[in-house]
Design a protein around this ligand. Structure first.
Ligand SMILES: C[C@H](O)[C@H](O)[C@H]1CNC2=NC(N)=NC(=O)C2=N1
Length: 129
């Protein structure tokens, strides 16, 4: 299932560029979660630095091997889009967090990459829905 967010392309983000306003975050989060068959994201503080809001989701897998493969797929998206997530890989799960370092907030790039992450999760081997 493709969504207009997932078809987007990230843009270079200048340091100090404005972050999305709260009402934009809320409407884009709705769009993001409507597009995904099974995976809802939330916009919440990073446990590693609570002042930073990020789009976050933990994906559960059957084992470590399939979780690692998914991690590498998300990494490939990050390299392609030049926009990078926090990825925490454990046996059976991958936690993904998207935010924009340059602005210290959320940007369209984060929603594009989260949507692309949901798209690969929809068909990932070993994922638990
Ligand atoms: C030079 C390089 O492209 C920039 O530092 C990119 C790298 N990846 C990035 N990823 C994220 N999430 N935010 C950024 O601001 C960012 N900037």
């Amino acid at each position: 299932m493709s969504s207009s967010l997932a078809d987007g392309t990230c843009v270079p983000c200048k340091k100090g560029a404005p972050s999305l306003a709260q009402e934009d975050v809320e409407s884009k989060l709705q769009q993001l979660n409507n597009a995904s068959r099974a995976f809802a994201w939330d916009a919440s503080p990073l446990s590693q630095s609570p002042s930073q809001i990020a789009l976050q989701r933990t994906f559960k897998f059957r084992n470590f091997k399939t979780a690692l493969a998914f991690t590498n797929s998300v990494g490939a998206i990050a390299e392609e889009q030049k926009h990078h997530p926090l990825l925490v890989l454990e046996w059976g799960s991958v936690h993904v967090a998207w935010w924009t370092h340059a602005t210290g907030g959320l940007h369209d790039n984060d929603f594009i990459c989260a949507a692309k992450t949901s798209q690969i999760a929809d068909d990932a081997e070993g994922i638990k829905k």
